[in-house]
Design a protein around this ligand. Structure first.
Ligand code: SF4
Length: 200
């Protein structure tokens, strides 16, 4: 059968080689997450949730949003939250406007672990520093377009990038952000923007 993991297919199609290369990179990401989590007896998803809470506003740190963000069921997220709470790394605060909903916050210990752990991505960043500026721009632009297409196909459910933002305005030389009122050259395009609002 001809598919991306068949070397015979890969040798004929660059698309297949790219898919396999992306799979290797995602494997590197998983290995680094496991290694980093092991030190604090955390699973990759527990560590990912701690890191997400550290860097995102409380509105996004809710079970529903986290389930979409990580493509997991609400039951799995709730169980992960329960275990993190048992380890005293997070605490919950009920939403005053909706008592069935709560936001999740880091405790002091959770904050310390997530700060220390956030450096794990440095191992992936290091080789990218050796690329030329042009190589980095082409790679970044291609990844953004790939994420957008996977989002449109319903494979990546949540993304907060310029291409799907209501403030984004494409242009010839550069694009434009109507909220920040600034030109967006290729390296300025954001992949996880706190101001992102989905275009309707
Ligand atoms: S608000 Fe953020 S995501 Fe939206 S266009 Fe501006 S920079 Fe991009």
């Amino acid at each position: 059968m001809m598919h991306a993991f068949n070397p015979e297919y890969q040798n004929q199609q660059i698309e297949g080689k790219i898919v396999v290369a992306l799979e290797r990179i995602s494997q590197a990401f998983r290995v680094l997450l496991w290694q980093e989590g092991k030190e604090n007896a955390l699973t990759p998803i527990q560590l990912q949730i701690l890191l997400f809470i550290k860097f995102h506003e409380s509105e996004k740190c809710k079970v529903n949003y986290l389930a979409k963000e990580f493509n997991l069921t609400k039951a799995t997220i709730s169980e992960t939250v329960r275990l993190l709470s048992k380890k005293k790394l997070i605490y919950k605060e009920t939403d005053p406007t909706d008592t069935r909903s709560y936001s999740i916050y880091l405790t002091e210990k959770g904050g310390e672990i997530s700060t220390k752990s956030s450096s794990f991505a440095g191992a992936l960043e290091k080789p990218i520093h050796t690329f030329s500026e042009t190589q980095k721009e082409i790679l970044y632009q291609s990844l953004l377009e790939l994420i957008e297409k996977l989002n449109r196909a319903g494979i990546i459910t949540v993304q907060r990038m310029c291409f799907s933002c209501r403030f984004y305005q494409p242009g010839k030389e550069s694009d434009y952000c109507k909220l920040l009122k600034k030109e967006l050259y290729k390296p300025d395009l954001r992949v996880d923007c706190p101001e992102h609002e989905i275009a309707v």
